[in-house]
Write a protein that binds this ligand. Structure first.
Ligand code: PGA
Length: 250
């Protein structure tokens, strides 16, 4: 059985006090009896307090990014060691906003993946096509290249550190969601692509999350697809009742 996962990417939202309020609300509202891994990713400045706050819960804390170097003259950046020193062992890498706004390339992302794995961290590896790619019928090529160029350099044994998150860029923060069938079609392709390079055991055991305007109203149907193992949630992760509604859709 693959692990079912729902992760909330808070992006650049919630100050210290608001973070504490949302965490308290989540502790109240999230089900504790589900066979599911729940992850939240607040901003860097609130990671340490989130880890402390969630210590005795079933909710894990992730960072939204990190730098690939161990330390040094990289103004404004955060390393794997720094994250681990405050108890964070999960990191989101390759998010489309990092790619589009901060110009991260597949090569940069591959170095970050390697650095995270060297630290035995779990990586939520994000990828997905833009609208123009889908309109041109190029979505499968784009997704395959992002996987090969950003992730497939890892060794087979490192796959236990990987969670995949397929996030079509045209569905992120737009209110537009891939249909459950579009999500399933792509997730099946992703699993097949992993299988070709790393074999069936790894392909069958890696969790593939869908991201892009998941809400309580559409979560259940998307999550019901056989190759969709959960979701990476943006906007709807900022309200505990919505996030809990999504978790209950698993
Ligand atoms: P969204 O964001 O749920 O607001 O579309 C998803 C994401 O960026 O991970």
């Amino acid at each position: 059985m693959r692990t079912k996962i729902v992760a909330g990417n808070w992006k650049m939202n919630k100050n210290d006090e608001e973070t504490e309020d949302l965490l308290n609300d989540l502790i109240d509202k999230l089900p504790s009896d589900k066979e599911i891994r729940i992850i939240v990713a607040p901003t860097f400045v609130n990671l340490q307090s989130a880890v402390e706050h969630l210590q005795f819960t079933n909710i894990d804390v992730a960072a939204q990014n990190m730098h690939q170097s161990e330390n040094g003259a990289f103004t404004g950046e955060i390393s794997a060691d720094m994250l681990q020193s405050v108890g964070v062992n999960i990191v989101i890498l390759g998010h489309s906003e990092r790619r589009a706004i901060f110009k991260e390339t597949d090569a940069t992302i591959s170095f970050k993946v390697d650095a995270a794995i060297n630290h035995d961290m779990t990586v939520i590896f994000c990828f997905g096509e833009e609208l123009k790619d889908r309109q041109a019928g190029n979505q499968f090529n784009i997704v395959e290249n992002q996987l090969r160029d950003g992730l497939f350099q890892i060794e087979a044994k490192s796959w236990e550190n990987i969670i995949l998150a397929y996030e079509p860029v045209w569905a992120i923060g737009t209110g537009e969601t891939a249909s459950p069938d579009q999500a399933q079609e792509m997730h099946q392709f992703i699993r097949e692509t992993v299988r070709k390079s790393f074999g069936s055991d790894i392909a069958e055991s890696v969790s593939i999350l869908y991201g892009g305007s998941v809400k309580p109203e559409n979560a259940k149907e998307i999550f019901s697809k056989p190759d969709v193992d959960g979701g990476l949630i943006g906007g709807a992760a900022l309200k505990a009742s919505d996030f809990a509604g999504i978790v209950n859709g698993i």
